[in-house]
Design a protein around this ligand. Sequence first.
Ligand code: SF4
Length: 221
Amino acid sequence: MTSETVTEIYELLHEAFGSQHWWPGETPFEVITGAILTQNTSWMNVEKAIANLKSAGRLSAEVIHRMELSELAELIRPAGYYNIKAARLKNFLDWLFDNYGGELANLEPIPTSRLREELLAIKGIGRETADSILLYALGRPIFVVDAYTARIAVRHGLIEPQADYEQLRELFESNLAQDTQLFNEYHALLVRTGKEFCRPKARCPGCPLEKLPHTLENECL
Ligand code: SF4
């Protein structure tokens, strides 16, 4: 039943919205930079920060690894919390250069579970960021969870409201084929649904999931 619902949600959302073409970024390193910068800010601000790095000719792992922290912070200022985020990006690159010669290609033979553990051990890299890097930059079949995922899953009775990140990830991973492209698209579709319909005050009428059983049937606008 849960498995069927998880699949049906995907099918309804994909039918309604089509492919979302995530994650925006020309290279895996740009995707990683975006994943680190997007914490607690809008994507529009991240785009400005990435545009600054690009126009300064600085959007490369090697260049940012060598760059002064203060210069990096200034370039990514539009993303907000720029000192903290500059340090996080540097922490990621210290890990990459100390352990893998600064080459993302050298991560390819590393099993996903070990890679995830290593990413989570980097200061400032939380679960959502680590999993976004794994899925969208490195092409690993890891389901990314965020507040939208939790809200929709709870409202559709797939999981208890107190479920934590790992339980939500397990819910989707264990009820879907281990398919990177499917996980990529599914997460993007949940984000779109959360932004347009499943807001703190749900807008069920017109939502692609309206016909599925949910806990808000008598409360929606
Ligand atoms: S807005 Fe309503 S129908 Fe849409 S996902 Fe949220 S609870 Fe479900």
